[in-house]
Each structure stands twice: as C-alpha cells, then as structure tokens.
Design a protein. Sequence first.
Length: 333
Amino acid sequence: MKKFSTLFFLTTAMLTAMAQGGHAPMKFSGKATIEVGGQIVSTIASDTVGYLGKEVTLPEMRYGNFVIPSFTIHGTQFSMDMSTMTVTFPDQQFMETITVDGVQKTIIGASLTGSYAHDSFNTFKLKVSFMYGAMPMPLTYDITAYYIKDYTDKLDVSIGGMFNYTAANVTYSVRTYPEGDKTLLDVKIPSYELSGTPLGELTVGSYIIKGLAKDEQLGGYYRNYAEDGLTMHFKSVKDGQTGMDDDYVMSTLENNILLVYEGKAIKVTNNFHPGNMPFQITSTFPGAGEVSAVEAVKTVGQNDAPAYNLAGQRTVAGYRGIVVKGGKKYFVK
C-alpha cells in the first residue's frame, strides 16, 4: 500500500510564537533529491516532512542498497521577517552522533540552509549536506515541499447504499501545491473502523489520492482514481473469525473523490470499491478541522494578535515603542 514516503520533524520557537503559544507539528510534502559526489542518485517524487523548530529530524534516505537512517539535527539557527512571516535558515554547520546496530556513527554537516515562505502554498525548502560515518564523500538532501493541513471530524460511511455507519475523530490530510499553471491537491484518506456491519467488524485502511484538480462544474477538487492502481488494506472480523485481511487493489469500477472547501472546513465525498467487492462504499467527511499554525497567522485580527518588538520578542502589557502586530508595524506611545 502506498504511504507518505518519509517523515521528518522540526520544532521551532518561531512557529510557536506565530501560533500564539503552541501548535501541532506542521507537515510538508514535496519532491526531494539525494546527491552524492555531485551526482543526483535518487529523486523522490513525494517526500513528507514535518516542521517543529530548532531540531530538524531528517528522514531515512536510500540510494541503491545504501541506507542512512533518520537522525536529528539539534540547535539549528534561523531568522524571521515578522512583516512577511518568512523564516530563513542561514548556512550553518552541525555535528551529530547516532547509534546503528550498536555502532556509533558520526554525522558531520558541512551545510544546512532553508526557508519557510508564507506564500499561497506555504512553501518549505531545505538543503542539507553532510558526511555520514565513513562515507568517502558528502551526501546532499534537497527538498521543496508544501504545507499539509489536517482536518479532524466524524466520518459518515454508507455501504451499498443500505447500511450506514459513523466513525469518530478521523483525520484527513490535504496538501495544496503548484503543478505548472495549475493548483492540485493530494488527499490522505485515513484508516478507520466500523462496528456491526454485515461483514462484522471492519478496518478500512489508509491510502493517498494524488492530483485532484479544480472542477468548476462540481465546485471543488475532483479526481477519478479508478485507473490509478491504488491499494488499501481491508480487514473484516465476524464472530471472532477473520474474513478478509489483505491489501486490495481498487477495482476499475467507480472510484472517485470530490473535495469542496467550505470556509475553513472541507467536505470530502469518496466513492470506492476495494478489490472485487460488488457494492460501493461512500464516505462523507464534513471536515471541521482545527486552526493550524499557518491559519492562525493568516486570520488573527489586529486586536487579538500578539505583539513583538523588532528583535522578535513578544512584548508585555505597557510596552512602548515600535511593535510588529498581525504582520504590520505600529508605534505604541
């Protein structure tokens, strides 16, 4: 079953301030390359990253039979332009050690640069060059990625149009990104469980639908993914006996998804047939979601926004002088 390729997590005090005191990890996904000795040895179509701050955890990296495990870079330095909410990681060096199969490996970082731009897609860029263990030459990991927004709500599920169920607290992940002159979406369908169905207790697995495009007639982002070759895990248990428990290729019958933005929420309608199942499953997600760090910056009003001095420090009541509030500068007498 297809999954997000890899994960890495960053934790940053800057984004904590942007989110007014705390936020969930920010996730990004995009194309990445791995370069060794000046030659690109691997191109990753969709690598996934998370953003948490002064600590940068890189994903596992592979080329050929060589594997560099995930590791964390501590104490990264960055600067922030409060007027544009743009973060810049200046060129910096680092050194870390990790233990692999009981053996300690030293990682010497020659360069780390990057940026987070508060643009239409909330673009995150990172380029890291380092020596791993006894490598004879440096490896460079380079990614341009776009923000993934999580929406959490209930999920209404109809099986064959006859049996209806609800799964609570499921999370859909949506990435918006540019592709030529178009804006496309990728949607991660979550795993969920249904009880009391004719097949018993069902576990419906997660999968990712890529390349939803705007459909003006339908009023949202749509994709017919019947020919995409996607697979999902489907498990049924009835009276203590396991029936289906395998990865199933989606049939070429009707498999389509429509995502419609409704203010800050989304509505997702997904019609699918796992394997040779003779009846269609329709899931409907209202997508209330939660306010993300990115949205908090975009939507906070001037009166509610925290204020910062020109050094980027949050001010307290009674502060006088120039402050940055809601992305704009003000003089407080």
